[in-house]
Ligand binder design. Structure first.
Ligand code: G3I
Length: 362
């Protein structure tokens, strides 16, 4: 692609972004309508490392969404449709419709895809949980799945959460997932080896939540990582999901955990960022005051991430595009507004906080 074409393409993309966001921005006094003079530069044109967003295939039907996604971000994660349940319908049967749509959308818009996830106790196909073959056959069928999925998307899905959430809350014990039951306590190492063999060019991540503030879980994760590295098991990075609130956990704890990953020579992926502002349920509507606290939090997190050594920065992924998309909307029983864009796809102060942190890092 020659420079002139790419420059024009970026210009057109930015023009589209400005027009879309300008159309969306009303003169409403809604506290969400708070960034009328926002510089619509798109996070991807400011960030030295990819900024991603988790989406679903159904989101691709809305051009307002897709123009915003392609104008603001440079990477996508599949919020659901690249997990085993939606794809792996039987030992030798797959449903590629949604995952192909997402990967094709990313490819045709110059975006990469982070694969989420190859193995997670919460999205184990029921037929796999009841697999009647012996443990050797179980391991073979899992290896076949990993190689089939990774080879299908090799070069376009540039990284994978190989294992998601292997440790239990509070105890830090290895969860008794079907993978552990059938492949043994060393299943994590086996899965990372399978993934490396399947696509030697893909970056391989362990992904979890709570590993910043839950001491037992944090210690268990780092003990596992140290063991994998000591044995030469391939692992390239760690995903800190970062489902946080505007005031928990402390920035010191966040920074210490990111540093502990970087010190091991591993990539840091803030993999599922959202910032709750109503954890105590004291709000029935979004307020500017809480929006400003959310923006400050986003700014602090992005600024802290940008302090990492460049070679340890894998990227930041928002876990959803607009507030109304968030898994948090009904999860805790309180109204929530955890993302960068409001439910009319207008940028919030949180988006401005992200932009400010990126500009400050330049
Ligand atoms: O799309 C199907 C629909 O076709 C079907 O009719 C319906 C029947 O239940 O399910 C729909 O899929 C739902 C999917 O989200 C898409 O909306 C699943 O039921 C539902 O379980 C799934 O929830 C996702 C959840 O992971 C479980 O996979 C959430 O969107 C997603 O935000 C959440 O994300 C997780 C990360 O993967 C791991 N870290 C924690 C994070 C939050 O739980």
């Amino acid at each position: 692609m020659n420079n002139k074409y790419s420059t024009n393409k970026i210009y057109i993309q930015q023009l589209i972004l400005v027009l879309i966001l300008a159309m969306g921005c009303s003169s409403s006094t809604d506290a969400n309508e708070d960034t009328d003079e926002l510089g619509f530069v798109g996070l991807k044109t400011l960030a030295d490392h990819p900024v991603g967003v988790a989406i679903q295939a159904r989101h691709l039907d809305s051009s307002q969404r897709t123009d915003l996604i392609t104008g603001v971000f440079d990477r996508i994660s599949a919020e659901y449709e690249m997990k085993p349940v939606p794809i792996w319908t039987g030992p030798d049967s797959y449903n590629w419709a949604a995952s192909d749509a997402l990967v094709d959308f990313a490819g045709s818009n110059g975006m990469t895809v982070h694969g989420h996830t190859l193995a997670w106790h919460q999205t184990t196909p029921s037929w796999l949980a009841g697999f009647s073959g012996d443990d050797t056959a179980f391991e073979a069928v899992v290896e076949d799945y990993i190689s089939t999925v990774m080879q299908r998307y090799a070069g376009r899905v540039v990284s994978w959460d190989v294992v998601n959430e292997a440790f239990a809350d509070a105890s830090g014990q290895l969860r008794n997932s079907i993978y552990r039951q059938r492949m043994g306590d060393d299943y994590i190492a086996k899965l990372f080896e399978m993934a490396r063999t399947a696509d030697p060019n893909a970056l391989l991540f362990y992904n979890d939540y709570g590993t910043i503030w839950d001491a037992n879980k944090r210690n268990a994760m780092f003990a596992m990582i140290d063991d994998l590295q000591a044995r030469g098991v391939p692992i390239d990075g760690v995903g800190l999901q970062m489902h946080i609130t505007y005031d928990f956990p402390t920035m010191d704890a966040i920074i210490a955990t990111m540093d502990a990953i970087a010190e091991r020579g591993l990539l840091v992926h803030i993999s599922e960022l959202d910032v709750r502002i109503n954890a105590l349920g004291d709000l029935t509507a979004f307020t500017r005051e809480r929006g400003e606290l959310q923006a400050e939090r986003i700014r602090d997190v992005v600024a802290a991430y940008n302090q990492l050594p460049a070679e340890q920065q894998f990227g930041i992924t928002m876990w959803g595009l607009a507030d109304s998309d968030s898994w948090l909307i009904n999860f805790w029983g309180n109204p929530e507004w955890p993302l960068l864009f409001n439910d009319r796809f207008n940028p919030k102060l949180a988006y401005e906080g992200f932009v400010e942190a990126l500009e400050a890092a330049q």
